[in-house]
Design a protein around this ligand. Structure first.
Ligand code: GTP
Length: 343
């Protein structure tokens, strides 16, 4: 079965991390975010995957060119200008003849795609949208349904006075090919305020699939940090990561007096000095050098980071190549020494 993953956004809310890496390539448990998403789809037999891209696609091509063990057919659909969520699907899916999954490429979830697809077919739906329940729906697209699960209304980012439901659009759809007829060619067009309201007006069989499975959108550094912690703590799953206590990559040198308290993941070639302490959930990328007496707690360090003696890093994210000075203290910070890159 086919899926189109939308990965064309700029990821402005994830700055400063997206100054170094495009949003789909941001590392989660030391692998690109999008690789987790692709492998999860593959578990459900969704093995024909199109990445709908617009923004700085080169690093994505380069990574997957070297990772051919995915067991999926991976193709790319490139947009010359931003087409929006629906415009991107039209661009990528002109020749679709069967139902297709469409995913916002920034959602990390344990949604049961197989069950969702079964329900789509059972309802004889034209479109099915996955819903997840959140405490604060005011930041999201709220979806109202009737008792039979048929979608009645979309309310984008409602004020609290207009909140009639805590079930929001989880960014996962099953669409029949006829839905593409609602999308104009080569134009910026969105599902949320374009395609879906038109379908409702026409009375199309449009159903919701309610899921209580883990779901988070990695829009901001805080949410991105949470995905990593949740994965290490076993609160969500990925075929790429089995929650374990301590995982140490090849070529790491850990001083015998260093303290590692899991869950901790170290990629290859890391060095951890005497009396340094790493307390999980924590992920260190390739080639990090942690000097004696440094403390790292509940943090994400990308590749090639140097942490000098006695520095303390708590609840923070440090992008690749940074140098943290002697006795410097970071708490609740997101650090990237790279300036914004041109498109
Ligand atoms: P922000 O700039 O921080 O809002 O991030 P974003 O644009 O990446 O995310 P947004 O929530 O606006 O979009 C939801 C999903 O749709 C994300 O996975 C985006 O990558 C994707 N997306 C948004 N616009 C486009 C587009 O024009 N083309 C494609 N292919 N994908 C898009």
């Amino acid at each position: 079965m086919k899926a189109i993953i939308l990965v064309g956004g700029e990821g402005t809310r994830l700055r400063p991390l997206t100054y170094s890496v495009v949003k789909p390539m941001v590392p989660v448990a030391n692998r690109p975010f999008i690789e987790h998403v692709i492998r999860k789809l593959a578990l459900h037999g969704i093995d024909d995957i199109v990445l709908a891209m617009g923004y700085r696609p080169d690093s994505i091509y380069a990574y997957f060119k070297d990772h051919r063990d995915l067991d999926v057919k991976l193709t790319y659909s490139l947009e010359e200008k931003p087409l929006g969520t629906a415009g991107a699907v039209k661009n990528a899916g002109r020749h679709i003849k069967e139902s297709v999954f469409v995913l916002n490429g920034d959602c990390f979830s344990d949604i049961d795609y197989s069950e969702m697809y079964r329900q789509h077919k059972h309802n004889q739906a034209r479109a099915t949208i996955a819903l997840t329940e959140v405490d604060d729906p005011t930041r999201f697209g709220v979806v109202e349904t009737d008792e039979g699960g048929r979608v009645l209304r979309f309310i984008e980012k409602p004020g609290w006075e207009d909140v009639t439901s805590h079930w929001i659009n989880a960014g996962v759809y099953v669409l029949d090919p006829e839905v593409l007829e609602y999308i104009p060619d080569d134009q910026f067009y969105m599902f949320e305020n374009g395609v879906f309201p038109s379908m409702l007006e026409k009375g199309e069989p449009f159903y919701a699939y309610r899921s209580h499975a883990y779901w988070i959108d990695m829009g901001t550094p805080e949410q991105y940090h949470r995905i990593n912690s949740d994965l290490l703590l076993g609160n969500c799953s990925s075929p790429l990561h089995v929650a374990r206590d301590i995982i140490i990559g090849e070529g790491c040198e850990i001083h015998p007096s260093a303290h590692l308290t899991g869950p901790v993941m170290l990629a290859g070639e890391c060095r951890v000095g005497a009396e340094a302490s790493i307390k999980g959930p924590a992920v260190l990328g390739r080639g990090c050098r942690i000097a004696g007496g440094a403390v790292i707690e509940n943090s994400l360090l990308w590749d090639d980071i140097t942490v000098a003696e006695g520095a303390i890093i708590i609840n923070s994210i440090v992008a690749s190549g940074a140098k943290i000075d002697k006795r410097q203290r970071l708490e609740g910070q997101t650090i990237n020494h790279r300036a914004p890159t041109a498109k």
